[in-house]
Design a binder for this molecule. Structure first.
Ligand SMILES: [Zn+2]
Length: 298
């Protein structure tokens, strides 16, 4: 097996961008039927591994590096968290402060302050209530059907939001900004971009960024794609080129033909960071050989 040093040297990939949604020892109903997540102890273990092999950098450093095409002096990482969940405030942020690791959180502008619920969370809650997995197949355009089902079974989303407070509030976000954490947009209500028209993609992106940067007075603007940036075309990136500093996908260790669209490594797997990151590097090296290491946008 190769060492981390060898893998980094062979691949030339000195920067990695790991991403998570939540870290918790609980299994909240709105997420339980969707994807696994790390416990606090496995998250701490991931961080210890990352700190051993890579240096944490801030979002502003990352923007500088990418915008000016600066060479990396050291192996580094920037941590990101999608969906703006309240566990970031209660669990993750205190650990990151303790370990002096900067991070960026991507928010869905419609969900801040627990004003509404992501359709996938509705599906997860319904799957639990109805003990029926087929509700998990409902798409973004079938959200009304999820709402109808909830009515039939007397489930009120407002009650769930009030009782569980899954999302960060504006007050918590401001406090996190004061602590040095950075924020970006993750669309208004988390659609799958490949199912939207170009106009809808731009509206979801630009209005969520506008809302978040103006509400929190941010002097940078970043965006992470809800679900995936798969099949998002060059015309979209051309249209936002002068309006956004960086965008983020989640295709793993990969290049993108759009230089300002950075691919991140999803970390919520059954593997520890040490094994998972090594697998990502080996896969990257194989993709280079077979010519699939770069996402080409048309
Ligand atoms: Zn998301």
């Amino acid at each position: 097996m190769f060492s981390h040093k060898q893998l980094i040297r062979l691949s030339g990939k000195k920067l990695i961008l790991p991403f998570y949604h939540i870290v918790s020892n609980n299994n909240p109903t709105h997420i339980a039927n969707l994807y696994p997540h790390k416990s606090i102890s496995s998250f701490r273990k991931d961080l210890d591994y990352l700190l051993k092999h890579f240096e944490p950098i801030s979002l502003k450093e990352l923007i500088e590096i990418k915008k000016n095409n600066l060479p990396l002096q050291k192996n580094c990482f920037h941590l990101t968290f999608d969906d703006g969940l309240s566990e970031f405030y209660h669990i993750v942020a205190p650990i990151l402060v303790e370990k002096k690791i900067p991070a960026t959180v991507f928010l869905n502008s419609n969900f801040i302050d627990n004003k509404a619920l992501f359709f996938r969370y509705k599906a997860s809650i319904l799957a639990d209530e109805l003990t029926a997995d087929n509700v998990l197949d409902f798409s973004y355009h079938q959200e009304n059907e999820l709402d109808e089902l909830a009515k039939i079974f007397d489930i009120r989303w407002e009650d769930y939001l009030t009782a569980h407070q899954p999302y960060l509030t504006s007050v918590q976000i401001q406090e996190l900004i004061n602590q040095g954490f950075t924020f970006g947009a993750h669309s208004k209500n988390h659609p799958l971009y490949s199912e939207l028209t170009l106009e809808e993609q731009l509206e979801q992106t630009l209005s969520s960024i506008e809302l978040i940067t103006s509400q929190f007075k941010l002097d940078y603007n970043v965006f992470s794609f809800p679900f995936t940036d798969d099949k998002v075309k060059k015309s979209f990136f051309d249209a936002i080129a002068n309006k956004i500093d960086l965008t983020f996908g989640s295709a793993g260790l990969k290049e993108d033909s759009v230089k300002t669209n950075l691919q991140r490594i999803p970390m919520e797997t059954k593997f520890d960071a040490e094994v998972h990151i090594k697998i990502q590097y080996v896969a990257y090296l194989i993709k280079r050989v077979i010519g699939k290491w770069i996402i080409k946008r048309k």
